[in-house]
Ligand binder design. Structure first.
Ligand code: G3I
Length: 378
């Protein structure tokens, strides 16, 4: 005869404890996809620091390679379409919009509870021929730019958290870059673009994104002046994206921190948007290069943890098999956290450790110099 036992509160505690134990065992047994560590995923460690951590993504890889999506969802909580939301991809012919690739990424992100940063509405690269060769009146150019922004906002709206509305509009000398948009819309096109984007997607945080502005220089001075002016005049701007492609050179992390702090004082969010650290210029064996790279990743993460306004930390690619660096430099490289077999590299462990252990204190990095890629560190 079956004995019925009344459920006691302590049973609940036992069941919960057993369940937690079995989850813990399963986690340790399987480990994360990354295999070599029992550390929680990057996104869990980063969340404790008030950071979203992510990468740019390729829709082809999401479609064709289950391992890619698995690692992405396991480790990261924010994505940027590497190319799929650029002008040429979304509107290759005038009035013909192609959303499949961007949809693929947005759907994946939503399904896995990840944030999305849209990238990028107005840029001088990745423009379709009908724009590059276009001969339109000024009023038509305005409509074209405004329509592109409105189309993205209508399609994705509040599913986006951030949006690089304009990308790389300022040249190294601090002047507005000579782009198709400057030429056709005039110097106030940035302001207009941010106002259009805000009107079309009022809940999305708008970002200005650029490279080579990581330390104080003519370009970052100009971005700072623009941001300050926008904030003073109520032009909607919420964050600055610092790309951080460290391929031939990397600024001293102390100088990065110093620069980020002045932007933080404006009350903006700061994002690392496209970090990669190339190894091809580093000396030593491959293993030594990867250790040097790991150390630099550590130091960039330390800077970010030292500046509270930094809320997003993104690499430009999930793994070394999906990196633009070899294509750009025409040299083999390995600039990211995971190798092409999705195995974690020393850089991954360095970022993990830093997220778990680093305790920022004022000017913690001040006494260190940056030894790697030393010929170009300024
Ligand atoms: O992979 C193909 C190759 O098979 C083909 O032979 C070759 C011919 O040109 O093209 C290769 O694809 C190129 C792809 O990069 C490789 O990653 C595309 O042509 C090229 O247009 C594409 O460039 C993209 C670039 O932006 C221009 O849109 C890169 O993927 C992308 O990583 C890069 O991203 C930019 C950010 O948007 C802004 N900041 C800088 C960053 C790096 O340039």
């Amino acid at each position: 005869m079956a004995t019925i036992i009344a459920w006691q509160p302590e049973f609940t505690a036992l069941v919960v404890a057993a369940a937690l134990f079995s989850v813990g065992c399963a986690y340790l047994a399987d480990g994360p996809q990354t295999g070599a560590t029992a550390q929680p995923p990057l996104k869990v460690l980063a969340a404790k620091r008030g950071l979203n951590i992510g990468v740019c993504v390729s829709p082809e890889a999401l479609r064709n390679d289950p391992g890619y999506g698995k690692l992405l969802a396991e480790q990261f909580d924010i994505v940027t379409p590497e190319n799929a939301m650029k002008f040429a991809h979304i509107q290759p012919e005038r009035g013909t919009f192609t959303w499949d690739d961007a949809d693929q990424i947005v759907d994946f992100a939503v399904q896995h509870g990840m944030k999305i940063r849209s990238h990028t509405a107005l840029w001088h690269h990745a423009v379709p021929e009908w724009i590059a060769d276009g001969a339109f009146a000024r009023r038509q150019w305005e409509q074209i730019a405004k329509d592109q922004i409105a189309a993205i906002a209508q399609r994705y709206g509040d599913r986006l958290t951030y949006w690089d509305v304009v990308n790389e509009a300022i040249a190294d000398d601090g002047q507005l870059r000579e782009t198709i948009w400057l030429k056709t819309l005039g110097p106030d096109y940035l302001e207009k673009a941010y106002r259009w984007a805000h009107a079309a997607a009022p809940n999305v945080k708008l970002v200005y994104n650029d490279y080579g502005a990581e330390m104080k220089n003519a370009k970052s001075d100009a971005i700072y002046a623009m941001a300050r002016d926008f904030l003073d005049r109520g032009v909607p701007l919420h964050a600055i994206g610092f790309q951080m492609h460290f391929i031939k050179s990397m600024p001293d992390p102390r100088k990065i921190a110093e620069n980020l702090r002045r932007f933080a004082e404006l009350g903006l969010e700061l994002h690392v948007t496209e970090l990669d650290i190339a190894i091809q210029k580093m000396s030593g064996t491959r293993a030594e290069q990867l250790e040097q790279q790991a150390d630099l990743y550590r130091r960039v993460m330390e800077v970010c943890l030292s500046v509270k306004a930094v809320t997003v930390f993104q690499m430009w690619g999930l793994d070394d098999g999906h990196s633009w660096v070899p294509w750009f430099t025409k040299q083999p490289d390995a600039a990211l956290l995971f190798d092409r077999d999705y195995q974690p590299k020393p850089a991954y462990h360095a970022v993990t450790r830093t997220l778990a252990e680093f305790q920022p204190d004022a000017d913690a990095d001040a006494s260190q110099t940056c030894p790697v890629i030393a010929d170009s560190v300024k």
